[in-house]
Design a protein around this ligand. Structure first.
Ligand code: LLP
Length: 460
């Protein structure tokens, strides 16, 4: 985060808190979240998009994608910075509600929402339910009808065929995957033999919503992937969504009021990498949607976006304690002298249970010696966890001082997104705490799990 410094004796501080003090007070591993940095990122996304879209005459809302990391405090922070909260499950919805975020500022996603989740969202008066399938149109309509209140505000999630971002598993808008409703009319995705004139699944869903008085057709939603560093995908996808909106208007006279362009704004994980700049991307996308709308002869809708990683990712780091350090040699098996050290395996007290991203996506991170400076010759190191498999790697390749040793602290940067939120109890390891640091003070947002917590689940 931008609050990381080297103190006078060479130890890292985050927002004025010495990592050695954090390690003593909180133990390790610990996720450390820089509140000021997170809030600044939330603010800069909101300001950048508000300014750029105002320039072309459109309104915009920024939803924080809680899947990246959600706690009551974080939901309050982003809401205080003028963001809304996007949730993907009943659990995330419960956190946003406990934080006091008003229902109308919450969205609910999910490709397989339960009846209970839909009911809870309607009871909370959420501002939008993003509907992911034709059957869900009917399910939300039935739930809304049963309540007999105001029509439920829904968006239809479409897949534009634009495929952007990092690993295949995190790129959600190409055709052969589970999310959304396709814009394609060639029958590739539609059931049965499609013809050129057949409606796309996306169009079919929009028409179905319009046919239901219990539903309010609020918008069209497109999310094209995650960790996107090339902004052109957003523009192409937005154009397709605006075309669909224009086609629906031509057919029915109904102009969908909102368009959500999803999240996916890429961040820097390694030194030297460059994140997407919110000002640039906002300007580019605003100019592009304005041009598309002018071409199509339709007025601009209200827009929204859903960044998660870009808000919380760089604001977090993970603090670990080094244990076993093992130089691994290859070469002449019988002859020590002939062999060479290929790599130094530096084991830390966490691993794939607190950061699954390297194992799952091949993601790269950077680690630094955090408790001291060293002028020892650097060695090529691999930072590995304590779990029982060889893929338990946190940092594939990093130069660390050759005197790195048990008891040292390592800081792994940019772990605020999809770290704690995807953590597991693999090997019965209790999940680490999330500690906020603000102006020289530390505060636990989510406490460390204990073995008792885990044993309490075990019914014998
Ligand atoms: N909106 C929707 C509908 C999404 O599906 C996602 C992420 C977001 C917003 C937020 O995307 P972000 O701005 O955080 O990139 N676990 C993976 C990322 C999965 C993202 C899934 N959807 C990872 O660790 O890279």
């Amino acid at each position: 985060s931008s609050g990381v410094r080297r103190g006078p004796d060479g130890a890292l501080t985050v927002a004025g808190v010495d990592v050695r003090d954090l390690a003593v007070a909180q133990g390790t591993p610990a996720y450390v979240l820089d509140e000021a940095d997170l809030r600044e990122r939330a603010r800069s996304y909101r300001r950048a998009f508000e300014a750029a879209f105002a320039e072309v005459g459109a309104g915009v809302d920024v939803y924080y994608a809680g899947k990246a990391f959600l706690s009551v405090a974080v939901a309050r922070w982003v809401h205080a910075e003028g963001l809304r909260v996007d949730t993907a499950t009943g659990g995330e919805l419960a956190v946003a509600l406990r934080a006091g975020v008003p229902g109308e500022h919450i969205g609910l996603h999910g490709n397989n929402k339960s009846d209970a989740e839909i009911a809870r969202a309607l009871d909370a008066g959420v501002g939008r339910i993003i509907v992911d399938s034709l059957v869900e149109v009917e399910r939300v309509a039935a739930a809304s009808r049963a309540r007999g209140g105001a029509p439920a505000p829904v968006m239809i999630r479409v897949t534009t065929g634009v495929h952007a971002g990092g690993h295949e598993y995190i790129s959600t808008a190409h055709e052969d995957q589970k999310f959304g409703l396709s814009l394609a009319t060639d029958g590739r995705v539609a059931t049965g033999a499609g013809s050129q004139t057949e409606d796309s699944p996306a169009m079919t869903a929009l028409l179905a919503v319009l046919a239901h008085p219990e539903l309010e057709l609020l918008g069209i939603h497109s999310h094209i992937g995650s960790q996107i560093l090339d902004p052109s995908g957003f523009e192409v996808a937005a154009r397709k969504v605006l075309e669909l909106r224009a086609a629906l208007a031509q057919r029915t006279g109904f102009l969908v009021p909102e368009v959500d362009l999803g999240g996916g704004y890429g961040i820097a994980y390694l030194p030297g990498e460059v994140a997407l700049d919110p000002d640039r991307i906002a300007k580019d996308v605003a100019a592009s949607v304005a041009a598309s709308s002018a071409d199509l002869g339709t007025p601009l809708p209200r827009f929204s976006i859903e960044p998660g990683r870009a808000i919380v990712g760089p604001a977090g780091l993970t603090l670990y304690t080094v244990g076993t350090v093992k130089p691994v040699r290859v070469g002449g098996p019988d002859d020590e002298a002939e062999s060479t050290i290929v790599r130094t395996y530096v084991s830390i007290d966490g691993g794939m249970s607190d950061n699954i991203r390297p194992a799952l996506y091949g993601a790269d991170y950077h680690a630094e010696l955090a408790n001291r400076l060293s002028d020892a010759e650097p060695v090529l190191a691999r930072v590995v966890g304590k779990h029982c498999e060889s893929g338990d790697i946190v940092v594939h390749d990093v130069l660390l001082p050759g005197d790195v040793r048990a008891g040292d602290l390592l800081a792994v940067a940019a772990t605020g997104a999809y770290g704690r939120s995807m953590a597991s109890n693999y090997n019965h390891v209790p999940r680490p705490p999330v500690v906020a640091v603000t102006d020289g003070e530390a505060r636990v947002l989510v406490r460390r799990e204990t073995e008792d917590d885990l044993l309490a689940l075990d019914q014998g």
